[in-house]
Write a protein that binds this ligand. Structure first.
Ligand code: SF4
Ligand code: SF4
Length: 277
């Protein structure tokens, strides 16, 4: 089994388009599991028209008060950096669970040991299948601040079944934050998807730096390629001792397939699949 991460420093570069098209193409010859780890905004199931079924709810710890012990001192509210506790002197604290990241500072700050733990539901891990591949997807509930537990839970589910596959493809969130690092961990190869714009170049530099630091071999995929606009990305690739591995053209036909939820078929995707194999 090999783990491939489809990633990119910038949002909107077509990461999910590449991940879904690649998964479907590889799925014609191999056993493939596609994991949508962009839990703030999962969309691979929409692009593939796959109906997701809930597999597991994801929970996060949150504090629970024993008001019989509370001395109404307000120290728990002072300790909370996310403003999840509201306290007026001489009144019992009021807890706003959606602001809470479960850090535990309030429990440590309470002199009365009046704060214990309970949990709140913050998201769901889904499963599905279609186009000859199996699929896992995580989704964070609206207004919840901590997505990393959903990514961790998704990875846990993928780990349980990964041995049954030739390729596990992780479609990561955009950026270089904790969720992306978590999804990239242990990847055998990363595909950094970018676009031929100054912002695309800037964010590709960031993700290339991160991948180097993590020791993950990577290839650069240029999406929305137009003749004469690739110089920026080509020179960045050269700085990293690379060539652009595949160029996906800016094409109305590809856009139409994308909006219809049909996986993109193009020789550039075949080139990426060959490289992955
Ligand atoms: S666990 Fe952390 S974030 Fe949650 S209420 Fe306590 S101090 Fe605030
Ligand atoms: S720190 Fe403890 S005792 Fe003070 S208000 Fe909070 S829960 Fe009550």
């Amino acid at each position: 089994m090999k783990t491939i991460a489809v990633t990119g420093g910038k949002g909107g570069t077509g990461k999910s388009t590449v991940a879904t098209a690649l998964a479907v193409l590889l799925g014609k010859k191999h056993k493939v599991l596609l994991v949508d780890a962009d839990v703030d905004c999962p969309n691979d199931h929409l692009l593939l028209g796959i109906e997701r079924k809930p597999l597991k709810k994801v929970f996060q710890r949150v504090p629970k008060w024993d008001f019989a012990k509370c001395a109404k001192c307000g120290k728990c509210a002072e300790a909370c950096k996310t403003h999840a506790i509201f306290a007026l002197k001489g009144k019992q604290p009021v807890f706003l669970p959606q602001q809470c990241n479960g850090c535990g500072a309030c429990t440590l700050a309470c002199p009365q040991k009046a704060i214990g733990w309970t949990k709140k539901e913050i998201g769901t891990v889904f499963k599905g299948e279609g186009h000859g591949i199996d699929f896992l997807s995580g989704e964070l509930k609206v207004n919840e601040p901590v997505s990393e537990f959903v990514v961790a839970s998704l990875k846990e589910e993928a780990k349980k079944i990964e041995k049954g596959y030739d390729f596990v493809l992780f479609d990561t969130a955009a950026g270089t934050h904790c969720d992306v690092i978590s999804a990239l961990e242990n990847a055998d190869l990363a595909l950094a998807v970018t676009e031929p714009t100054p912002l695309g170049e800037h964010d590709l530099e960031l993700i290339a730096g991160l991948l180097k630091r993590l020791g993950i071999p990577f290839e650069i995929v240029l999406n929305r390629f137009e003749e004469g606009r690739e110089a920026l990305i080509e020179s960045l690739a050269e700085r990293h001792g690379k060539k652009i591995a595949a160029k996906i053209p800016y094409s109305k036909k590809i856009m139409e397939k994308y909006s219809e939820g049909i996986p993109v078929k193009h020789k550039s995707i075949e080139k990426i699949a060959g490289l992955v194999e």
